[in-house]
Design a protein around this ligand. Sequence first.
Ligand code: NAP
Length: 259
Amino acid sequence: MILLAQLDSQLPTMLNYFPKEHTLKEKILLVTGAGDGIGRQAALKYSEYGATVILLGKTVSKLESVYDEIVKLGYPEPAIVPLDLKGATAKHYQDMGNTIIGQFGRLDGILHNASFTGHIGPFEQITEEDWQAVFQVNLHSQFLMTQALLPALKLAKSASVIFTSSDLGIKGKAFWGPYCISKFATQGMMEVLADEYENSTVRFNCINPGPCRTKMRAQHFPGEKPESVKPPAEIMTPYLYLMDEQASTQTGSTLNAQY
Ligand code: NAP
């Protein structure tokens, strides 16, 4: 017979997770796509728990709006990095890494969240331009950014890098070619990094948000009632957990935010 206490200790730690107040105090966390949707909510959540958040995104007005909200709520003042991942080069990320080290001395975490779907349509009609744009934003930028920021991550006592996967990165789906394949590759990059950095101070994991009430979802499921899917605020537990020291030994995993 398995005692309840034994069963409890066998559960994955996220299921037992209860964040302490200010659990991210003094952490420096970078969130990509922080101006909207899930990234915006994650930036607010990290700030609520005491982190100084570096808000990276394409549309400056959206980043400013998140900045204003964080400041109004009395959370630590964030920083803004306007950057279009589509055109960014290795030099942009190297400069960013040097600036972060110069300003903060280290980086405690990255949430790779920004992505876009590109055109949805048959494989035969995927243009090279669309393929390249989706891979540039969803994958190549994550490669360049992670590589350039590893020196800053290694300066932290314990650092966490979170990638964003999708149901479409687990099972291929017709007509979602470039987006779907970029999410499979994202999962692969996380697994390679987790294996290479096993037993180091930097951990790598993925979160699969599941269907979530954002602009991206509304754009591709126009007939769906928005209230039928959860808003970003209701899927934040794994986002917080993986940045928390309580998850300091967790690496190489993919957490489902909803199932
Ligand atoms: P969203 O509402 O469309 O937000 C995406 C964010 O990424 C926006 O802030 C956007 O900035 C930014 N972004 C897009 N292209 C960029 C670029 N070239 N450079 C810099 N920033 C860029 O999407 P979401 O639904 O929150 O999705 C967040 C993540 O969850 C994505 O990785 C997505 O694949 C994943 N996901 C979402 C769902 C869902 O149902 N929502 C399901 C599975 C996975 P701008 O607003 O300035 O364009």
